[in-house]
Write a protein that binds this ligand. Structure first.
Ligand code: ACO
Length: 391
C-alpha cells in the first residue's frame, strides 16, 4: 500500500525563488565569481593572470580538463577537433538553403542538427545515451570536442553564406580559433591574436542562463549537441547575449550623442531596459571590462573609426551620472564592451553574438562534463499552485 502521507512529507518545501537568484543547482569546481569584490577565477587562476600570460586554447583546456595543457595534449585536441570540423554535404546544404539575410541563430540550430544527424555516436538512441556519457568521461570528451568543432564549422559556413565568400576547409594542426578564422577566410594575425585574448574573458561565467539551460537539457541525459542547442537558444535572448544586438540597434537609432538623454529618459519612463547595461552577479565593476579596455587601447584607431562608439560613450556617460542607473548598480556589461572590439575587427552584430557563443560553449560543456561525474538527477523544479481546488 502506498503511504501517501510519507510521499508528501518527502518534499515538503516549496520555495519561490524569482529568477533563481538564490538557488544553486550544482556543486562546481570550475569558475568562481565574487560579484561584490569584482573577481573571477577559473580553476582558481585569477582571470587577469590567465589573460596576460596565456591564450584561449590554454584556458579552454584548463576550464574543461582542470589543468593547463602540454603540447601533446594541445595537438591531440587540435587533431580531433579539426577532424570533426569537416562538414558532411548535408550541413553545407542546410546552411545554403537559408536566405542570406536570415537570422543567424536558427541557422546555427539547423547546422548543428544536421551535424548531429550525421554523427553515429552522438545520434544514438536515447536508451543508449544514458550509459554512453554518464561516468564515461572518455566517450564524453570525444563528443564534447566534436560538438565544439561542429559549432565552429556551422558558424563559419553561415558567415561565408551571408557574405558570399568561399568556405575553406580546416587544417589538422590548427587550434579552434585558428581554424574558425581559416574557414571564414579571415587571414589577419592581429584578429587572431586579439580574439585569443578576448575569448579568455568569455570562456566561462559559471551558472549563466545559457549554461544552466545546457545542464537542464543535459539532466535528461540528452547528447551534448542537443544540450548545447538549448544553451544557444538562451544565448540569443534579449536579456542575455541577444542584448548586444539590441544595444547596437539602440545606438543606431540614437544616431548622435545629443540624442542620448531623451532616448534614455524614454526608456526609464516606459520601464524599459537599456540593453548592454546591468548584470545579475556584479554589484561592482565587472573585472573583465578593464581587460577589454586594454585590448581596445591596442586597437584604438579601428575602434575610433566606429561612429557608434561616440554614441555608446555618450550613453555610458549619461548612465554613469544618472541616479536611476547608479542606485541600481547598472553598468555597461562586458559583452557590450567586447562588441566594440568585434566591430573594429569588421564583424557584424549578428555574427558577434554567434562568435561570442562559440567562445562560451567550451565552458558550458565543461559544466556538462562535470555534471557527468555527479549522480544522475533529472532537473525538475516545483511550482506553487495558486488557483482553488474543488476538493
Ligand atoms: N535598463 C534599465 N533598467 C534596468 C536594467 C537596464 N538595463 N537592468 C535592470 N534594470 C532595473 C530593473 O527594471 C529593476 O528596477 P526596479 O528595481 O525599479 O524594478 C532593477 O534594475 C533590477 O532589475 P532585475 O531585472 O531584477 O535585475 P537582474 O539582476 O535580475 O537583471 C539583467 C540582470 C537581466 C542583465 C538586467 O540588468 C537587464 O535586463 N539588462 C539589460 C539586458 C542585458 O544587457 N543583458 C545582458 C547581460 S550580459 C549576458 O547575459 C551575456
Amino acid at each position: 500500500k502506498v503511504d501517501l502521507a510519507a510521499l508528501k512529507a518527502a518534499h515538503p518545501l516549496r520555495v519561490i525563488d524569482n529568477g533563481f537568484a538564490n538557488t544553486a543547482c550544482m556543486e562546481s569546481s570550475i569558475t568562481h565569481i565574487d560579484g561584490i569584490r569584482g573577481t573571477i577565477r577559473y580553476r582558481d587562476f585569477p582571470i587577469e593572470s590567465l589573460f596576460h600570460e596565456y591564450i584561449y586554447e590554454d584556458v579552454m583546456h584548463l576550464i574543461i580538463w582542470g589543468h593547463l595543457p602540454n603540447q601533446q595534449e594541445k595537438d591531440h585536441v587540435r587533431e580531433a577537433m579539426s577532424k570533426a570540423m569537416n562538414p558532411p554535404q548535408s550541413v553545407k546544404d542546410v546552411i545554403s538553403a537559408f536566405p542570406r539575410d536570415a537570422e543567424t541563430f536558427p541557422m546555427i540550430l539547423a547546422g548543428m542538427s544536421a551535424f548531429a544527424a550525421s554523427d553515429s555516436v552522438i545520434c544514438k538512441t536515447r536508451h543508449q545515451q544514458s550509459a554512453m556519457f554518464h561516468g564515461h568521461l572518455d566517450v564524453a570528451d570525444e563528443a564534447l570536442v566534436r560538438t565544439i568543432g561542429y559549432l565552429a564549422t556551422t558558424i563559419s559556413l553561415i558567415y561565408c553564406h551571408k557574405n558570399e565568400k568561399t568556405w575553406t576547409a580546416p587544417e589538422p594542426g590548427r587550434n579552434l580559433l585558428g581554424n574558425l578564422l581559416l574557414m571564414m577566410g579571415i587571414a589577419d594575425p592581429q584578429v587572431e591574436r586579439c580574439l585569443a585574448k578576448l575569448w579568455i574573458l568569455y570562456a566561462d561565467h559559471e551558472m549563466t542562463n545559457s549554461t544552466a539551460a545546457v545542464l537542464h537539457a543535459g539532466s535528461t541525459l540528452i547528447d551534448p549537441v542537443a544540450a548545447i542547442s538549448a544553451g544557444i537558444i538562451c544565448g540569443y535572448g534579449p536579456l542575455h547575449g541577444g542584448a548586444i544586438d539590441l544595444a547596437y540597434e539602440g545606438f543606431r537609432q540614437i544616431g548622435t550623442p545629443e540624442r542620448v538623454p531623451p532616448f534614455i529618459e524614454r526608456i526609464k519612463s516606459k520601464g524599459g531596459r537599456l540593453f548592454g547595461y546591468g548584470h545579475r552577479v556584479y554589484k561592482t565593476r565587472d573585472p573583465r571590462v578593464s581587460l577589454i579596455e586594454e585590448l581596445l587601447v591596442e586597437h584604438q584607431d579601428a575602434v575610433d573609426a566606429n561612429p557608434l562608439l561616440r554614441v555608446a560613450m555618450a550613453v555610458d556617460k549619461y548612465a554613469n551620472q544618472d541616479a536611476y542607473f547608479t542606485e541600481r548598480g547598472l553598468k555597461a556589461n562586458a559583452d557590450l564592451m567586447g562588441c566594440f572590439l568585434y566591430t573594429a575587427m569588421g564583424f557584424d552584430t549578428d555574427m558577434i553574438i554567434a562568435i561570442t557563443i562559440l567562445s562560451r560553449v567550451p565552458g558550458a560543456l565543461a559544466h556538462w562534463r562535470e555534471s557527468l561525474t555527479q549522480p544522475v538527477k533529472l532537473w525538475r523544479p516545483q511550482q506553487k499552485y495558486m488557483a482553488p481546488l474543488a476538493n
